[in-house]
Design a protein around this ligand. Structure first.
Ligand SMILES: Cc1cc2nc3c(=O)[nH]c(=O)nc-3n(C[C@H](O)[C@H](O)[C@H](O)COP(=O)(O)O)c2cc1C
Length: 423
């Protein structure tokens, strides 16, 4: 059986290891994780989700405070349509994160930014344009457009000097979504440089309905490769979602994929941005602990660990400071659900909101534990310490395991001294 290391991924003029580590919002796919992927010759992603919080934490900026104080004297109402993002701050924050990452890049790989378009920020087009332009200005190698793919996104940067030089990719979950995107973009004479085909087992938001279990990645990848061949379009296809071992990856390469996008295996690495105690929750999860639900205000189903503390929490929304999910009319499905519960329980101090979650609050605080379907297998990828905790992995170890493994094997790390042994 072949190993993943026998394949290469060609994106434009770049000759890469066929592994992309997928974007994981609010700094879960941290700069450190992306930098390792690039050093090892693959592609890493940073994410621009809640970018102002990310830069406030990383670079000690005060963007969140500035936004909040701007709306300090505005009476609290259901109508958040006036709560706008300062576009200059948004651009600055993006540039700071991208520059801060790119200047540390070493090795032959690339670093892309994951732009989740459903973070509509009360002005979908304007904010997306600023996000993409600022990332290009700051020297990002490429942009992957995710969740909520806006068919006109490429046009928003068509006059940018790096429009034809940077790698631009899209994430789709069906041949139909790809066809629509290509049709809408035909006028620009600029194809995507790669297409990530994300199946129903992925983490984060899903490009499927609640009938996700009826779909399968291999079928969708085959359809898309066939469609591109028929249309004589030379666009590399990257398969994503549930690719857990190097052997899984080889199967997609043999089908004609140019690479794989993986994430779950890297959520339990030292470089991943999740707090260490949350990484232990990912290790501990069993198959029954993982669900796909509809509590995300984006309207997309989302996969997460059922015990996520954010589920059912009725926190007061703070769109004045955050507000990333506000749509073009200043509405967020969580704000609506929250106000409904407040009205139904007058005088109650602490209410619960079961049908939606405040994603800005809970993703920022790592209280919605979104994960891939195969998270329950993570415990088999490491060793356990005497105190019962699981040993974190290094990105290098997981990356190399994908590259070298055969027969669906996962190589375990060398045991480190247990934390309780005082080392
Ligand atoms: C914790 C976590 C967070 C994620 N967040 C995002 C995100 O913000 N944007 C996005 O496009 N995909 C997101 N994803 C999807 C991954 O980028 C990737 O495509 C997918 O999870 C690959 O499948 P795998 O996790 O089974 O390897 C996330 C995945 C995980 C596990």
């Amino acid at each position: 059986m072949r190993r993943l290391e026998e394949f290469r991924m060609h994106l434009g003029q770049y000759d890469l290891a066929p592994i992309m580590i997928g974007g994981m919002g609010v700094d879960i796919s941290s700069a450190e994780l992306a930098l390792e992927a690039a050093r090892l010759g693959g592609v890493g992603h940073i994410s621009d989700a809640m970018i102002k919080t990310v830069t406030d934490r990383r670079y000690k900026t005060k963007y969140v405070k500035a936004k909040q104080s701007q709306y300090k004297y505005v009476p609290e109402t259901d109508d958040k349509s006036n709560v706008k993002f300062n576009l200059e701050h948004l651009a600055e924050a993006t540039r700071l994160h991208v520059e801060g990452t790119m200047k540390r890049k070493q090795g032959p790989g690339l670093i892309f930014i994951n732009c989740m378009e459903k973070l509509t920020m009360n002005a979908p087009k304007e904010t997306l344009q600023v996000r993409m332009r600022a990332a290009l200005d700051a020297g990002i190698d490429g942009i992957t457009l995710a969740a909520g793919l806006h068919l006109g996104s490429f046009a928003l940067i068509e006059d940018h000097p790096r429009f034809r030089e940077a790698q631009l990719g899209i994430i789709v979950s069906s041949v139909r979504a790809l066809q629509l995107f290509l049709k809408k973009n035909a006028r620009l004479h600029r194809l995507p440089d790669y297409v990530v085909v994300e199946g129903p087992l992925a983490g984060g938001h899903l490009g499927f309905g609640m009938d996700w279990a009826e779909f399968d990645l291999a079928t969708i990848v085959t359809e898309i490769i066939q469609y591109l061949k028929t249309e004589k379009l030379d666009i590399p296809v990257i398969a994503a979602g549930g690719i857990f071992t190097g052997s899984d990856a080889v199967r997609f390469m043999e089908m004609g994929a140019s690479g794989v996008q993986v994430a779950t295996r890297f959520t339990v690495t030292k470089e991943c941005g999740l707090p260490d105690d949350v990484k232990q929750e990912y290790f501990k999860a069993s198959e029954d602990d993982i669900e796909v639900n509809q509590i995300s205000p984006t309207g997309y189903p989302m996969r997460m660990i059922k015990a996520s503390p954010g589920i059912g929490d009725g926190i007061r929304p703070n769109c004045e400071a955050y507000g990333y999910l506000l749509d073009a009319n200043g509405k967020c499905a969580y704000v609506t659900a929250y106000n409904r519960e407040v009205a139904a329980h007058p005088g109650e101090k602490r209410i619960s909101v079961m049908d939606k979650t405040c994603l800005c609050t809970h993703m920022r605080n790592f209280e919605i534990w979104t994960c891939g379907q195969l998270t329950w297998r993570l415990k088999d990828t490491t060793v356990r310490h005497a105190d019962g905790s699981y040993q974190l992995l290094t990105t290098e170890h997981v990356f190399n395991d994908y590259m070298h493994s055969t027969d669906n094997q996962v190589s375990l790390p060398s045991p480190e001294a247990t934390p309780s042994a005082g080392h």
